[in-house]
Write a protein that binds this ligand. Structure first.
Ligand code: UD1
Length: 429
């Protein structure tokens, strides 16, 4: 298992290219199942989760071709992926594949919408809370699917097709909204989604579906209206930049001090997180290439933050912010409202010398003068990157174990940071 070795204490300066968003790429790839035509995606990041999903889609009979690098492409240029689900040969998504990545459960929506049947394994346990799929099932039932649970599988049937309806989500759910959008695109009649997730990745997927011939309006707002069509076609779409990767590097430079340009970043995708950084005393500036984030000389002010669905502060940046606040001049409070049990990084940050007290869903972080390197263990994707951020400012050496979590969602993290002055390297074993 690979490890990452970091020696802290160096400021970051230079340019980091921001990759395409993982959380848009995955549903966009899944949306390819809705059409016999070829979906071409540009700016696809090189991530373990993308490879896992390629395997899952291949099992349904989907052909995927990646274009090779072109002369003049930079090392970080996103990939172009040609995805063709001309003939779906299998409507079952088996446990061995779905259990590797929760988002693969979402294939249930295009499979039932296009094929009238789907048999998809329940995703099973997950490191961050129970994360059920009841609202995804509710959405499909509202569209007329008959659902049964059989041997750990969700079996969905709609032999005469899905029918448009009103879907009211009792809580904001990204997975539920993606599922409803994809399924309703091929349903007979009109669907209205109320209390839809407003995350930018939802809008990105809806934009792509519209290019494929869907009739979706209101994506990015709480009320989305979808007029079902009988068929979707191929299209070409470029994945939007990753706001979580952007926020992560912004927090990294806020932690180490220095001056970073995040090329290709779109500040409006993470305004709430940037507002928090400004409150903490970090300089944030929109530029013509993306975003500039700097901290020179100033200490960090503590902040009080509660995670919220978009446009609020994202849960996917909670762990990174906590790492940053371990070095603030004073006491911060961070409340996690989206996922239960998303505080596994607390124990590991404590190994580096952080002072964090947990009370239910709120963490109280007392800033300390210094952190000290230690061996730590990555527990999930965002938690592991919070350890990297802390290690970049810790005295001495930190060894981050189990970095496969990082590879799921961050493209060449160690290369991007090393190019900006960090002492960081992967140790392969
Ligand atoms: C997506 C993101 C993840 C992010 C999260 C919240 C992807 C691949 N993942 O996850 O990175 O942290 O949004 O922004 O895009 N819930 C239910 N029942 C359901 C579905 C969800 O109770 O059927 C609950 C969840 O347990 C959670 C909350 O709703 O407490 C939000 O979950 P959801 O927005 O669906 O997250 P994901 O789509 O899984």
């Amino acid at each position: 298992m690979d490890r990452i070795r970091i020696v802290g204490g160096r400021p970051l300066s230079g340019t980091i290219p921001i990759s395409g968003a993982k959380n848009a790429t995955l549903p966009l790839m899944i949306a390819s199942l809705l059409t016999e035509g070829t979906l071409i995606l540009d700016n696809v990041p090189r991530l373990a989760d993308v490879i896992t999903l390629q395997r899952i889609l291949a099992n349904h009979g989907v052909d995927i071709m990646l274009s090779g690098k072109r002369a003049g492409d930079s090392a970080y240029q996103g990939q172009t992926m040609h995805i063709s689900a001309a003939r779906i040969v299998d409507t079952t998504a088996p446990y061995e594949l779905v259990s590797k990545m929760r988002a693969s459960f979402w294939v249930i929506a295009p499979l039932i919408a296009r094929m009238g049947e789907a048999r998809v394994s329940l995703p099973g346990g997950c490191a961050i809370g129970t994360r059920p799929v009841d609202l995804l099932i509710m959405a499909l039932e509202r569209l007329g699917a008959k659902i049964e649970i059989d041997g750990g599988y969700v079996v969905a049937r709609a032999p005469n097709g899905l029918k448009g309806n009103e879907i009211v989500f009792p809580k904001v759910t990204v997975s539920g909204t993606h599922t409803a959008l994809m399924a309703a695109s091929l349903a007979h009649g009109t669907t209205v989604i109320e209390n839809a997730a407003r995350e930018p990745e939802i809008k990105d997927v809806a934009d792509c579906l519209n290019k494929m011939g869907a009739k979706i309006s209101g994506a990015g707002q709480s009320r989305i209206v979808i007029e079902g069509v009988s068929k979707l076609s191929g299209a070409r779409h470029s994945v939007l930049p990753d706001r979580i990767e952007t926020g992560t590097y912004a927090m990294a430079v806020a932690m180490t001090g220095g001056d970073l340009t995040l090329a290709g970043a779109r500040p409006e995708l993470l305004q709430s997180a940037l507002d928090v950084l400004v409150q903490a005393g970090v300089e944030v500036q929109s530029t013509n290439v993306g975003l500039r984030v700097a901290r020179n000389g100033h200490g960090l002010a503590p902040v009080n933050v509660t995670t919220q669905p978009f446009p609020g502060f994202p849960t996917d940046l909670q762990a990174q912010l906590m790492a940053l606040m371990t070095r603030a001049n004073g006491t911060s409070h961070i409340t996690e409202t989206i996922f239960e049990n998303r505080f596994m990084h607390v124990q590991e940050l404590a190994r580096l010398g952080a002072h964090i007290h947990l009370d239910g869903e709120t963490a109280t972080i007392e800033g300390v003068d210094k952190l000290k390197g230690a061996p730590v263990m990555a527990t999930d994707l965002r938690a592991s990157v919070s350890l990297v951020i802390a290690a970049l400012a810790a005295e001495g050496e930190t060894m981050v174990n189990r970095v496969y979590h990082l590879d799921r969602g961050f493209e060449r993290l160690e290369d991007k940071l090393a190019a900006c002055g960090a002492e960081i390297a992967r140790i392969s074993s």
